[in-house]
Write a protein that binds this ligand. Structure first.
Ligand code: IPE
Ligand code: IPE
Ligand code: MG
Length: 249
């Protein structure tokens, strides 16, 4: 547990998901090319992963690249791929020494081979780590994930592995990329935009949302802790009344 955090551990989110937005605007404000924002953004990723691990967060999902981001200028996409490759290379030892398991969600097949191989290699090498899952959303879109899940379900139906009556929420979850991971308790979005931008559409059904105007390259431990204090104060009712929640305790 981080020294100065005074939150009842039972009030901490198990799974935090972050929409890391605002790199381009951060750079623009400084008269720099967008790439500089992405570079600073990677440093912040390293800091926040370390901090979440220290606090005892069990799953951290980072939205690093969306299906729509493929439509950005080719040069920017290339830089982002290079940064991802370098990040994986730089952080393998940190993941190993901190017992962090890397996972990825998204249409990974679309990544260039050299990045995909690095990613798969890092996932393999950290596979037995138990303390935290670092889940990178790469080439990820919630709609794309749902469509891919539907296709897999139909295949299994056609090959008689499942029947129509087997299809329920639990089964459906197991066909999503997030199979085996709990839904996010808290979704943080930086840079002030109030939208999900195709992030975890199915899984976010009851997630708490926290939006900060801070740009991702300026996000830090203090901002993370602010979000955690805010989350700890909330009452998650899941459709019930407040009184019902008290009765349950
Ligand atoms: C987030 O920052 C990083 C990615 C989407 C890859 P942006 O690049 O979207 O930065 P803004 O929103 O243009 O400021
Ligand atoms: C969301 O940010 C995707 C990531 C953070 C990877 P965008 O910058 O792509 O989202 P929009 O376009 O503002 O909705
Ligand atoms: Mg953006």
């Amino acid at each position: 547990m981080s020294g100065n955090l005074k939150i009842d551990p039972t009030r901490l989110p198990h799974h935090i998901a972050i929409i890391m937005d605002g790199n381009g605007r951060w750079a623009k404000k400084r008269g720099l090319p967008r790439v500089f924002g992405h570079k600073k953004g990677v440093q912040v990723v390293k800091e926040i992963v370390t901090e979440c691990r220290k606090i005892g967060i069990k799953v951290l999902t980072l939205y690093a690249f969306s299906t729509e981001n493929w439509n950005r200028p080719k040069k920017e996409v290339n830089v982002l791929m290079e940064l991802l490759y370098n990040y994986l290379e730089d952080e393998l030892n940190t993941m190993l020494s901190n017992n962090i398991r890397l996972n990825a969600i998204g249409d990974i097949a679309r990544l260039p081979d050299w990045v995909r191989k690095k990613l798969e290699d890092t996932i393999k090498r950290t596979a037995s780590n138990k303390e935290m899952v670092l889940n990178l959303a790469l080439s990820y879109g919630g709609r794309d994930e749902i469509i891919r899940a539907v296709k897999k379900i139909i295949k299994d139906f056609e090959s008689k592995k499942i029947s129509i009556n087997d299809i329920n929420q639990e089964l459906f979850s197991n066909y999503l990329d997030t199979k085996g991971l709990p839904d996010p308790d808290l979704i943080i979005r930086t840079s002030g935009e109030r939208r999900l931008s195709n992030f975890l559409l199915y899984q976010a059904a009851y997630s708490e949302l926290y939006i900060t105007s801070v740009l991702w390259p300026d996000f830090d431990k203090k901002e993370l802790i602010n979000a955690l204090y805010d989350y700890a104060k909330r009452e998650r009712r899941f459709g019930l009344t407040s009184d019902q929640l008290v009765e349950k305790k």
